[in-house]
Design a binder for this molecule. Structure first.
Ligand SMILES: NC(=O)c1ccc[n+]([C@@H]2O[C@H](COP(=O)([O-])OP(=O)(O)OC[C@H]3O[C@@H](n4cnc5c(N)ncnc54)[C@H](O)[C@@H]3O)[C@@H](O)[C@H]2O)c1
Length: 254
């Protein structure tokens, strides 16, 4: 985890979507280590509860796991209410959850497309909509939308996903313009290839990693921890005039 400390995150009410595993679990742990009061949504109950136990056992504030399927907008809204009741109005929202199942163009049905967008793009809008009034009431907040470099590198087998990920950048700009007068900052972070457990199980091979790292300026594979510091910085008042931006964290691949 990053060694930097952001004292204004101590006690902050933070909500992370898809925090049960992968990069999202890194965000949950990273914010908990700053002393933040962290709530997170996920559908993977086992890993989520295990993550809460691990963080508490390490002596940091126990996160609040709220089981929410982000495809259900009413459940998302109820989850935001529950998190705010437990920890106070949410001042940091990290829209992280995604589904990166591969899909060849020929195989995509309207149902597949809608399900994909309802995970990869729609919740980002509705969670921002749900937290904005609370942020406004306490004088501001920071919304961080996790996109991906996949839409910038013409990645095959992911066209619905890459459409959503590019859409997240447009959404970020639109939200930043509308919510900025209430001192709510909205930014996007695009990770390059991060070797999560899911990536290792499904797509990592020695050859693919070597080819990818060869194109990066920094010659080592990216781990979950490599994304956490950027998000902590964007959440903190260290970045208080930084809004409507896309930060690419890819080891210098692009
Ligand atoms: N891993 C990478 O190489 C990489 C690269 C670029 C961008 N990203 C982005 O980073 C973010 C995290 O990626 P990751 O690799 O950790 O993903 P992941 O698939 O490993 O984890 C996603 C989490 O979201 C949860 N989730 C999925 N559908 C959900 C739903 N309907 N409701 C609630 N929770 C749901 C999953 O259970 C899981 O815990 C994503 O936005 C992804 O697009 C990842």
């Amino acid at each position: 985890m990053p060694s930097a400390r952001f004292p204004d995150l101590d006690g902050a009410s933070v909500l992370i979507t898809g925090g049960g595993s992968g990069i999202g679990a890194g965000f949950v742990e990273g914010f908990a280590r700053q002393g933040a009061r962290v709530a997170f949504f996920d559908i993977a109950e086992g890993p989520s509860r295990e993550l809460c136990r691990k963080i508490e056992a390490e002596g940091f504030p126990a996160p609040l796991f709220v089981p929410v399927d982000l495809r259900d907008v009413e459940a998302l809204r109820a989850g935001v209410t529950r998190a705010a009741q437990a920890h106070g109005p949410i001042t940091v929202l990290v829209n992280n959850a995604a589904l990166d199942d591969r899909h060849a163009v020929a195989d995509v049905t309207p149902e597949y497309w809608d399900n994909n967008q309802n995970i990869n793009l729609r919740p980002h809008f509705f969670s921002a909509q749900a937290v904005a009034p609370g942020m406004k009431a306490v004088g501001g907040g920071s919304i961080i939308n996790i996109t991906s470099t996949s839409w910038l590198i013409n990645h095959p087998d992911l066209s619905s996903y890459t459409a959503a990920k590019a859409g997240i950048v447009g959404l970020t700009k639109g939200l930043a313009g509308e919510l900025g007068p209430d001192n709510i900052r909205v930014n996007a972070v695009a990770p390059g290839w991060v070797l999560t457990e899911r990536q290792k199980a499904l797509w990592v091979t020695e050859e693919r990693v070597a080819a990818h790292v060869a194109r990066q300026s920094i010659k080592r594979p990216m781990e979950v921890e490599d994304i956490v510091g950027t998000v902590l910085f964007l959440a903190s008042d260290a970045s208080r005039m930084l809004s409507a931006q896309l930060l690419i964290v890819d080891g210098g691949y692009l």
